[in-house]
Write a protein that binds this ligand. Structure first.
Ligand SMILES: [Fe+2]
Ligand SMILES: [Fe+2]
Length: 271
């Protein structure tokens, strides 16, 4: 099974540029076109939050248009920039978005890897939270299928990254999440967003990873008190390949990097 992860799309109404700089709509179009050219084709696409910039209906209407060329199952979840109700209104066919009345969290059992999405959003705030109600749901949901290899999808990663201004809007309740995840060894990975760059950390007996954005990246600056800057480094997405035993992650970089070249010199294989 091939899981394609995209995250932090930050679509704005009228195709306006994020922060006056980033053409998030155009960059998502580039990403969707690249996914469409993949061979083998991903079985599913998951989008781990900050789908739009202000949680508005007109932003979600544009998001829906931009994602329409993806013809594989698509699973969305909210980040701190999203609006739960507007997200649900924009994708009425995605019945799983309404599986839980209070939060946008759900389990998908249609694929070789089980997808469990949890909602870390705190409306009106940048940081995330996993309150006892959400953790109890996760524990119960994971307990229902202990033998199913599972990835947990969430927006805020459950660890400090060292990028100070992002850690200030990190995840509250990560200790409780660690206790839940440690009880369920079928969790192959926590797939996260929010940080706009590829990051990985060991967490509660599994791995928590962050996917880059197809638009802007958070500046890699580990100095204390760093400013909250973004950079236009090469954008990307991730492919998570499950071969029945191991989940392997590849980070794909978007852009035109020229043709492929064989590992040969003067007709001889160079190894
Ligand atoms: Fe974001
Ligand atoms: Fe975020």
């Amino acid at each position: 099974m091939l899981i394609c992860q995209i995250t932090d799309l930050h679509i704005k109404a009228g195709r306006r540029r994020a922060y006056g700089v980033v053409d998030t709509a155009g960059m998502l179009e580039t990403c969707v076109a690249a996914i469409g050219r993949l061979h083998p084709r991903p079985d599913v696409v998951v989008a781990t939050g900050d789908l739009v910039d202000y949680g508005r209906d007109d932003e979600y209407a544009l998001l829906r248009e931009l994602l329409a060329p993806l013809d594989m199952p698509l699973y969305l979840l909210p980040g701190n920039h999203d609006g739960r109700d507007a997200l649900r209104r924009a994708f009425p066919g995605h019945r799983w978005l309404r599986a839980d009345a209070d939060f946008v969290q759900y389990a998908i059992d249609d694929h070789p890897v089980r997808l469990v999405a949890i909602d870390t959003q705190v409306p009106g705030h940048g940081h995330g939270e996993l309150c006892p109600q959400r953790l109890e749901w996760l524990d119960r949901t994971l307990a229902a299928r202990p033998d199913a290899p599972t990835v947990v999808l969430m927006h805020h990663p459950p660890f400090a990254t060292g990028i100070g201004h992002m850690d200030l809007i990190g995840l509250a309740g990560a200790d409780g999440l660690a206790r839940v995840v440690a009880r369920h060894p079928q969790v192959e990975r926590l797939l996260c967003g929010h940080l706009h760059r590829p990051i990985h950390a060991r967490f509660a007996g599994t791995v928590a990873s962050v996917c880059p954005s197809p638009a802007h990246q958070v500046a890699l600056d580990l100095a204390p008190g760093t400013r909250d800057d973004f950079v236009l480094e090469p954008p990307g997405y991730q492919l998570h390949r499950w071969d029945g035993a191991t989940l392997v992650t590849h980070t794909a970089v978007l852009g035109d990097w020229g043709p492929r070249h064989p590992f040969r010199e003067d007709g001889r294989l160079i190894d």
